[in-house]
Design a protein around this ligand. Structure first.
Ligand code: TTP
Ligand code: MG
Length: 362
């Protein structure tokens, strides 16, 4: 027998144009201008993010910086300052943990909170979200968008609806209407490849997805098909997992075309490692094990790992090992489709009793 679960209250917060917003905060001369943070326009680097002014020119994350330059040559192109982003992220982390210990940080600029058990503001998740936005603005000088709903999937959709500086609620009653029109690529777990497969089946929106029965979806998409079936009906029972329970952190990237260029693979691995390290720092964690993942052109994957004697939290300790692990693969001779970096053996950094303080809030 199915026992109905009590309705949860989930908030998803996502900083607005995060890296670019930090630059505009720290360098007032860039405010109101198109700002592009990432690789140099005359390099093979890519755009990390662009200010909303720059987005009007069509500039987007992950676009080659050279392309961004062609779209808007007068934009201000800046190299990332990860230390500043880590610091802002740390401040936001502290703010969020004051509401509940049930906070799951997804990246430097994004987190889920389960506030079902919170008594502040008579338990109103919308008022809590409003308060979070105000505190983030006061303490960091940055804006954050928040989405409120009864599960993770819809809270994440909601945070994006009124960006920047948005606050949006999707109630159980409104959910079917949103999902009906939602492009399939916005569903949790639907990446580019799945999106294309769905398109081939005539599934472009949540409404199209809903027309498929569970067995058909499972036959086509395996276990994920079951998840799609539920999501199309507004059901997503994934819990918010506090970071203490986390086992590993990682990032990966699929190339537009397979590569045998070792220098390029290494450069990409370094970028991914920087990203994961930033996330690691944002969560107040250190790691012991580094894993490099490679997927070859024929879709076979391998991982090569190294466990350090002491936990590490910075690039100086980690970056030299990327080279060494990459050499233990067939990259260079065999075409590579995807590279990834994972950090595991995570432990909390003990500084100024910060971890203890977290326990108090938890
Ligand atoms: P996002 O939250 O995706 O983007 P954003 O915060 O810049 O803009 P918004 O949320 O308002 O749409 O990513 C957060 C940060 O992560 C972003 O500022 C830079 C970094 N990032 C990359 O380095 N590469 C990427 O491809 C993406 C998407 C983000
Ligand atoms: Mg963001």
């Amino acid at each position: 027998m199915d026992v109905p679960l009590p309705q949860r209250k989930i908030i998803h917060v996502d900083m607005d144009a995060f890296y670019a917003a930090v630059e505009q905060r720290d360098f007032p001369q860039y405010r109101g201008l198109p700002v592009v943070v990432g690789g140099a326009p005359d390099s093979r680097g890519v755009v990390s993010t662009a200010s909303y002014e720059a987005r009007r020119f069509g500039i987007r994350s992950a676009m080659p910086a050279a392309h961004a330059y062609r779209l808007c040559p007068e934009a201000v192109f800046l190299r990332p300052r990860f230390e500043a982003y880590r610091e802002a992220s740390r401040q936001v982390r502290e703010i969020l943990l004051r509401y509940t210990g049930l906070v799951e940080f997804l990246s430097l600029d994004e987190a889920f909170l389960d506030v079902s058990g919170c008594s502040q503001f008579q338990g109103s998740a919308t008022l809590i979200a409003q308060d979070i936005k105000q505190r983030v603005r006061e303490i960091t000088g940055l804006t954050v968008s928040a989405g409120v709903s009864y599960n993770k999937f819809l809270a994440k959709i909601a945070s994006d609806l009124e960006k920047p500086d948005g606050l949006c609620l999707i109630t159980p009653k409104q959910a079917p209407g949103f999902i009906e029109k939602l492009p399939i690529g916005r569903f949790h777990g639907v990446g580019k490849a799945t999106e294309a497969r769905m398109a081939a089946l005539g599934i472009a929106t949540g409404g199209d997805l809903r027309a498929w029965d569970r067995d058909q979806l499972v036959r086509r998409f395996g276990k994920a098909g079951h998840g799609y079936y539920l999501m199309a009906r507004g059901i997503d029972e994934r819990p918010v997992v506090a970071d203490r329970a986390r086992k590993s952190l990682g990032a990966e990237l699929t190339f537009a075309s397979d590569s045998t260029d070792l220098a390029r693979l290494l450069a990409q691995l370094r970028e991914l490692a920087e990203q994961v390290l930033a996330e690691l720092g944002a969560k107040g964690l250190q790691a012991r094990t580094l894993t490099v993942k490679i997927k070859y052109g024929d879709f076979t994957s391998i991982g090569r790992s190294k466990t350090m004697r002491r936990a590490f939290g910075s690039g100086a300790e980690l970056l030299p090992h990327l080279d060494e692990l990459l050499e233990k693969t067939e990259a260079g001779s065999r075409p590579v489709r995807l590279v990834g970096v994972t950090l595991s053996g995570l432990e909390e950094v003990e500084v100024d009793g910060e971890a203890k303080q977290r326990d108090l809030f938890g």
